[in-house]
Write a new protein. Structure first.
Length: 252
């Protein structure tokens, strides 16, 4: 009985690993590539892919390769409404966007090396719910604001993994050239619990994040981004603090 349970647990774990690899890959992947990355026998991966294909989570865009199917999007869309951070703060985030001069307002966290956005909206728009993105973490104010609160070694490891996956793009000269230097830069630009980056992701652009705290939720940030000309630093800090207070009240 115990062997059967352990076998089922391994199969489930491997299936989830296959789905994750397919989801983060920028192109379709062969079963041979998946087996090599996971350290599994190709026949094992082929059985997993067959089951996932039948369930509607994996498709074959060509004869040899596999990619995520629309079942994943359907599941994600249904699940999004069950998360507190996509529902309770929605009004607070929408009202904040009306006072932010066209800046994008976002609630986001860092989960296993990926950015997850719970809510994203502009002035005059309904918020978009729950999306994830593969993005170089050294360029994200959300990622950096969260990472500088973590132990140094852990934060460095996260940035090193991001570098391996996405490269180390330097769209502006002020972007440091190493994970350690990026963390130092972020700490130097932290003020009143908020990280504001100007001309960092690209000239004329700003990105600012402040941590929000809520019982039972992971560390996450309220972030503003857009053209630098839309808001000066004093107003950015004011809006971030106003927004944080409203979101924390909504989550009580």
């Amino acid at each position: 009985m115990l062997d059967a349970v352990q076998s089922s647990s391994k199969a489930l774990t491997h299936g989830l690993e296959v789905l994750r690899l397919l989801s983060v890959s920028p192109r379709p992947v062969t079963s041979t590539e998946l087996a090599k990355k996971l350290g599994l026998h190709q026949s094992t991966v082929s059985r997993i892919l067959k089951i996932l294909s039948k369930a509607g989570y994996v498709r074959k865009p060509d004869y040899h390769s596999f990619a995520p199917d629309y079942g994943i999007l359907s599941l994600a869309g249904i699940a999004a409404e069950s998360f507190t951070l996509t529902t309770k703060p929605r009004k607070a985030v929408t009202e904040l966007a009306e006072r932010c001069n066209g800046l994008l307002v976002q609630l986001a966290t860092l989960w296993r090396g990926d950015l997850i956005y719970f809510l994203r909206t502009h002035k005059g728009h309904d918020p978009l719910l729950a999306s994830a993105t593969g993005y170089p973490l050294h360029l994200s104010s959300v990622a950096l604001r969260l990472l500088i609160d973590r132990p140094q070694e852990e934060a460095l490891n996260v940035l090193e993994e991001s570098k391996r996956r996405y490269g180390w793009i330097r769209p502006a000269e002020i972007v440091p050239d190493s994970p350690g230097a990026v963390l130092d830069y972020a700490r130097q630009h932290l003020r009143d619990d908020a990280l504001v980056l100007r001309d960092y992701q690209r000239p004329g652009w700003l990105s600012a994040s402040i941590c929000v705290r809520a019982a039972g939720e992971p560390p996450f940030c309220l972030a503003l981004s857009g053209a630098s000309s839309l808001m000066d630093d004093a107003l950015i800090y004011e809006r971030l603090k106003e927004g944080r207070k409203a979101i924390e009240e909504a989550l009580k």
